[in-house]
Design a protein around this ligand. Sequence first.
Ligand SMILES: [Ca+2]
Length: 133
Amino acid sequence: MYFMLFDISLFSQHADRLFCNGIGPHVLDPGDVFGVTHPGYPGPYTNNVDCYIQITASNDGSIRLTLVDFFLENRYDNLIIYRGNQLSIAHLTGQVYPNYIESSDILLHFKTDVSDTRRGFFFQAEWITELCK
Ligand SMILES: [Ca+2]
């Protein structure tokens, strides 16, 4: 598994971030479930990707991201997950991943280098009742 420290102040430099879906943040309402994937899924991802996926929960809920599939080029292609746009929860690469992640506001930063791609990622996002404040 590959870890690196990430300067959270870097995030403020990405105020004009490019959303992976080309649209903007996803808002999850009660009962909503949808798939969160790299651009181009179910095909492999491409080189030189640098984009964000933001998911927020309405009605004081939270989001649970459950992993379905994950395979990135180890070390060179990365998925960094933030809670509330600030705190880095996880830095994922290769084939190592958490079973699930929960937060009321999740930001994923997907970045790939200039060569070699893999299968990519697929999470299921669902609205859940916030368990604790
Ligand atoms: Ca790569």
